[in-house]
Design a protein. Sequence first.
Length: 202
Amino acid sequence: MNSLPFVTEPLRVTDLDEVMVIEREAFSAPWSANLYRHEITRNDLGHYLALRLNADGENAGLLLGYGGFWLLVDEAHISTIAVRSGWRGHGLGEWLLLALLQEAAARGAREATLEVRVSNQVAQSLYRKLGFQVVGHRKRYYSDNGEDALIMTLPGLREPRVRATLEAEREALAARLQDLAVRLVAGKGDVPDHAQVRGEHV
């Protein structure tokens, strides 16, 4: 995994200009820079990760995506995941989600939850593959078009069986990303990334 052309690390205030570029590309109701600044510096429940290009050249250090969760006692609520346009469709959204789940478990979370549009079958398939289950339904949850959301939960986040499943998915994804490393560094391919997530209740 060390040979992959990107690194996952804490999101910083100095990333906010790039965050806002991606935020406006990814979401019809983008969060503001001030909201992200608050999340990073003032919200003790919020934990955010950056996915950054770790390669030489003109794009060195480029923010490829970011994601975050709120740790509510022992539940990690995935609040957002977004990937830069032009870098989507390669599994970077899934990589970020796996990193968030790993971070959440390390911080004591026993389960993870998220919302997903009822129409987003591709994202739902990914979440089910990782062990998420539909546990509820939010009517007219999304403010841009009034679409309903499914509530999906991954229980047993710290159980050996679940951790083994997530690690196996991470290793398999790393192998696929390694095969695509040259294309990723070149920034080629703009396929929609259905792993993007947004919780809109803040």
